[in-house]
Design a protein around this ligand. Structure first.
Ligand code: TA6
Length: 273
């Protein structure tokens, strides 16, 4: 599997060209992103962990596998990383192919700029619709964060938001009333219209991370918990307490990009300890 690496004086990042999946982000040697010890790196199955790019769909999709084809496609490096003392950047690109057009008949260029600087990771998606027809899609950056114990992690910034609870029949829309969201079992929620920063505490070794976005209005919180994890060959019963997924996306209301127009989004992670 081919990778591209970013390095600065105090941070490191590694991205698989397969799926443009960021599989490692360290600040001062501290790993922040979780990858399952049982992840498969066969260039076919989505990597279990890291930051999979869900596109052109977040969730189930009538055209193919859930979360779309971007996370199981080979991306190109547009230009080699610029590795400076304080900042390092790379752009990866996914374009339509004969295969993608067979299942989703649109011409597009999706550029994914990844930048590390200090204790910050910036992820920017820029979609160009190269055809005449509107493109409609949903998307998410499906981040797995390393935690000491998922039951001791907490997420602030979601109070007052409505969320879809995918663990309940008919996926009801409920309202979050907690200042700090803590997980005590299988959790699969899409919080709608997050505006303020979302802060995760309980990362490995006392770390915290603050998340902000533009044009990615929803926040997904997920952990499969023990039973479901045990049934996932690329996760397993031992690994599930060691991560929490907090994902920035446009997960519900599709984004529509008219012919020959563009759409862009950004997602910033600021680590602190
Ligand atoms: O982000 C939460 C979610 O949509 C869950 O419903 C679960 O399916 C998870 O993604 C993992 O999906 P995957 O296809 O990577 O196994």
């Amino acid at each position: 599997m081919e990778y591209v690496e970013l390095k600065t004086v105090n941070a490191y990042c590694k991205i698989a060209k397969f799926g443009a999946t960021l599989v490692d982000w360290k600040v001062e040697e501290q790993p922040i992103i979780f990858v399952s010890p049982n992840a498969v790196f066969d260039g076919k199955k989505a990597i279990r962990g890291g930051i999979p790019v869900c596109f052109p769909s977040f969730g189930p999709w009538s055209y193919g596998a859930q979360h779309g084809f971007a996370r199981t496609s080979n991306w190109q490096v547009v230009e080699d990383p610029t590795n400076g003392e304080d900042e390092s950047v790379v752009v990866l690109r996914l374009e339509d192919t004969e295969e993608t057009r067979k299942i989703w008949n649109f011409k597009f260029t999706l550029d994914y700029k990844i930048k590390i600087s200090g204790k910050v990771l910036d992820l920017c998606l820029d979609l160009k619709n190269n055809g005449e027809e509107d493109i409609s899609f949903t998307t998410a950056l499906h981040t797995y964060f390393c935690v000491d114990d998922v039951e001791k992690a907490s997420i602030a910034g979601l109070k007052g938001l409505q969320y879809l609870d995918k663990t309940l029949p008919d996926t009801p829309k409920l309202t979050e009333d907690r200042e700090k969201v803590e997980l005590a079992g299988w959790t699969d929620r899409v919080y709608l219209g997050s505006s303020e920063a979302v802060k995760i505490t309980g990362l490995v070794d006392g770390g915290e991370v603050s998340l902000t976005s533009s044009n990615l209005p929803d926040t997904v919180v997920w952990n499969p918990w023990n039973e479901k994890a045990a049934a996932m060959g690329d996760l397993g019963a031992e690994a599930w307490p060691k991560f929490i997924c907090v994902e920035a996306g446009a997960c519900v209301d599709p984004i529509v990009v008219p012919g020959n127009q563009s759409w862009s989004s950004s997602h910033r992670m600021e680590y602190s300890k």
